[in-house]
Design a protein around this ligand. Structure first.
Ligand SMILES: CC(=O)[C@@H](O)[C@H](O)COP(=O)(O)O
Ligand SMILES: NCC(=O)COP(=O)(O)O
Length: 246
């Protein structure tokens, strides 16, 4: 069965836009878990524009209380700075069940590519070993078609297929080639002994088609679309509640 890990970055974006405490990321996390979500994901970025280091600590505590997995995502090579101790330091502090390494550049609006495993394997290997030593399962963000065999050589447990290009192709009406590339990458990853996760821009409109073509995905992490869809689903109830107050 594919497990759903809800990415809470977008709740933090909304909260940070006013500088206060609402919407409360932990309340949103509890709501997701009460609804049956299997895990929680957070992707703190060095500029702290959404999830901050204190959010990581708080969410890890909640995940521990609720007995669910925290999937912490980030770039292990990004330099620490005030307010951001670095991805590996955060993993040392909270020991997430899963650490997903993502090669984001500074200032990137969102994740838009996976690792070049042939180039990055040797510098990833010691980090993967350290994270596994902390008890984390380690997943590496991977483009469909990339050299995932080298991700296995770096010691990773899983890859996360970057599904942004698939989502774009799906939205434009023909995802055949993108799906074939994802399915082939998943097959090669499994043959190399890796588990397969997937994420980025997955949504209610494309998830079924993705999982039908790429079976046995162990986990999908979904945030942007899920939070957007939750707004649509919740708005009429909420407007009704305000009208009842008038
Ligand atoms: C690795 C990945 O695809 C997600 O973590 C996604 O990048 C979410 O990050 P943002 O919420 O910052 O867009
Ligand atoms: N790893 C992908 C993730 O956590 C969520 O990505 P998105 O759904 O916000 O695009």
């Amino acid at each position: 069965m594919t497990r759903l890990s809800v990415n809470l970055n977008k709740i933090a974006v909304l909260r940070n836009s006013r500088g206060g405490a609402e919407p409360d990321m932990l309340r949103a996390a509890r709501t997701c878990l009460d609804a049956g979500a299997h895990g929680l994901t957070l992707h703190p970025r060095p500029d702290a524009r959404h999830a901050r280091a204190d959010d990581v600590i708080a969410l890890a505590a909640l995940a521990g209380e609720r007995g669910v997995e925290l999937n912490l995502e980030g770039n292990p090579f990004a330099a620490p700075r005030p307010g951001y101790p670095g991805f590996i330091a955060l993993c040392r502090a909270v020991r997430p069940a899963q650490a997903t390494l993502v090669p984001d550049d500074d200032g990137q609006i969102t994740s838009d590519h996976g690792f070049d495993f042939e180039r990055d394997r040797d510098r990833l290997a010691p980090l993967v070993a350290e994270l596994r030593g902390l008890g984390c399962r380690v997943s590496l963000f991977a483009d469909a078609g990339s050299a995932v065999e080298s991700a296995a050589d770096a010691g990773a447990d899983r890859i996360e297929i970057y599904t942004g290009p698939f989502a774009d192709a799906h939205a434009s009406g023909d995802a055949t080639a993108a799906l074939a590339a994802c399915a082939d990458t998943a097959r090669r990853a499994r043959a190399a002994g890796l588990g397969v996760n997937a994420g980025h821009d997955l949504s209610q409109s494309n998830l079924r088609d993705f999982l039908a073509a790429v079976p046995s995905v162990e986990e999908v992490s979904i945030g942007h679309a899920l939070v957007s869809e939750a707004l649509y689903d919740g708005l009429s109830t909420t407007v009704g509640r305000y009208l009842a107050l008038l």
